[in-house]
Write a protein of this length. Structure first.
Lengths: 203, 285
């Protein structure tokens, strides 16, 4: 079983991201479960959501405490929460940021983050480019597909198309595809490539 | 058809297939998505002929369901937590009148302190109200229990709650097999009320009685509950044969043989418990 924890803030679509991930995994023929956890239902408050993907039916319903992957929609949450708590050794990390490893001070996490399994993707920028609104969700899902291979890009695309009206869906699909391409060619610690990669992602 | 969906949507779709004629509910988290989906299904005509009645409170919601059921309609409502307590007075009336109302309880803790999360203190507080309570282990189970609930309620003339853990199930996305409407029709025949409030043929129901008759009515509620225990597995078997797939039995043992400790539980915690049992038993404990 592969367990994912998504951290973000109310209004960023954290819950939707987990749901779409589960739909994509289902479309890929796997068993999947997604559910949210939030304090009060208000914009800006820390929210987390979980997704489990398995080849077998999933009975476990406790929150994901030992994730195989963490998706961090907003790195500023690290001031309040141990967002990488329980991350499996060699676990995947996908961070939404324009900054690089050093600027995000990811060395502070010791060996918990593996450079070749940690990807920083400017999902909000990709969303602004393709959707025109700062909603990093779809881009992160595309990036997640490229990073982990736990869901396929076509399944992510269909999950998005099922969820949103056609025009909104197409914009989000473009953001997801762009992030997928971005992560495919991602090289850790090479910030100077970011602009090239952005152009590639825009292409 | 098997699809990945939110628990609330699965429950709402199951209710749509049961063809209630009156739906009356007041929104409260985490039940809200169920009621929103049913309101939409009524508006689009997917649930026709059905009347969705807007009211100002849970007390009114169940009161409308009582009136609709007494007038011969298949009636449905849904609530959570404090909303269920607000219905308390009407809950006993629905049971005492033997009205086959089905209600989804999206289980949520009772305040204070205010807490939107899941426990069973809401439905358990109404354990002796005369309603049959069915608890769902998964969203598939929740769907199946709603079909069973309407049939059980109408056969035994008793109201039935389907208790679905708030958020843990109502807001969980997982794969659910929603039965085709024709199959549900085969399992659940059209509602034939035993008696109907009808101005052309006036009767009175729920009139004043003395302690002797009241004791009889409460005893009847007790025997109805006992009959439900026997009837539920039979109905589950019938539903299995109609749907051509397994339907979770109301009581299902898991790795009991040789156990030194047995945990008895209700609701969505069962799956997590089963995983714990696997862990403990496989490590020799």
């Amino acid at each position: 079983m592969f367990q994912i924890r998504i951290h973000g803030r109310g209004g960023q679509g954290v819950v939707t991201a987990a749901e779409l991930l589960s739909v994509a995994a289902f479309l890929d023929g796997r068993h999947a479960q997604a559910f949210p956890s939030f304090g009060s239902e208000r914009t800006g408050a820390p929210v987390e959501a979980y997704c489990r993907i398995s080849t077998h039916p999933i009975r476990l319903r406790e929150p994901v405490r030992r994730p195989d992957a963490v998706i961090l929609q907003d790195p500023s949450l690290r001031r309040h929460l141990d967002v990488f708590a329980g991350l499996a050794v060699g676990g995947y990390v996908l961070i939404n940021s324009q900054r690089d490893w050093e600027a995000l001070e990811l060395d502070a996490y010791g060996g918990q983050l593996t450079p070749d399994r940690t990807v920083i993707v400017p999902a909000t920028q990709l969303a602004l480019t393709h959707i025109g609104r700062p909603l990093p969700n779809a881009a992160l899902l595309g990036g997640f597909a490229a990073l982990t291979g736990q869901v396929s890009l076509p399944a992510v695309v269909v999950a998005i198309q099922r969820r949103f009206p056609a025009r909104v869906a197409e914009a989000n699909v473009e953001a997801a595809r762009a992030a997928y391409r971005y992560v495919q060619v991602y090289q850790p610690g090479e910030l100077e490539l970011v602009m090239d990669r952005k152009e590639l992602a825009d292409a | 058809m098997r699809d990945q969906m939110e628990g609330s949507r699965a429950v709402a779709q199951a209710v749509v297939r049961c063809r209630p004629q009156v739906v009356c509910a007041y929104p409260i988290s985490p039940q809200t998505h169920i009621v929103e989906a049913l309101a939409a299904a009524t508006r689009t005509g997917e649930l026709a002929p059905c009347e969705f009645v807007n009211v100002e409170s849970e007390f009114a919601a169940l009161s409308v369901a009582i009136g609709a059921s007494a007038a011969g309609s298949r009636a449905y409502t849904a609530t959570s937590s404090q909303g269920l307590l607000f219905m308390a007075e009407a809950l006993y009336n629905a049971a005492g009148l033997g009205l086959p109302i089905v209600m989804t309880v999206a289980n949520r803790a009772l305040g204070a302190p205010i807490n939107i999360w899941n426990d069973h203190s809401d439905s358990m507080s109404q354990r002796d109200s005369g309603w049959v309570q069915l608890y769902a282990e998964s969203n598939q189970h929740a769907v199946d229990l709603h079909l069973l609930a309407f049939r059980l309620a109408e056969e035994l003339s008793t109201p039935v709650m389907v208790c679905v853990d708030g958020f843990v199930l109502t807001h969980a996305f997982e794969a659910v097999d929603l039965p085709e409407a024709e199959l549900v029709d085969r399992f659940l025949p059209a509602f034939r009320p035993r008696q109907v409030l009808d101005p052309d043929h006036p009767v009175s129901i729920g009139t004043m009685v003395g302690p002797d008759a009241f004791t009889e009515v409460r005893y009847l509620a007790h025997t109805t509950a006992l009959r439900a225990i026997d009837r539920i597995p039979e109905l589950a078997a019938d539903l299995e044969s109609v749907l051509g797939r397994s339907v979770r039995a109301p009581v299902s043992p898991y790795r009991l043989a040789g156990a030194e400790t047995v945990v008895v539980a209700l609701g969505s915690v069962l799956g997590t418990l089963q995983e714990s049992v696997v862990e403990f038993r496989d490590s020799g404990r």
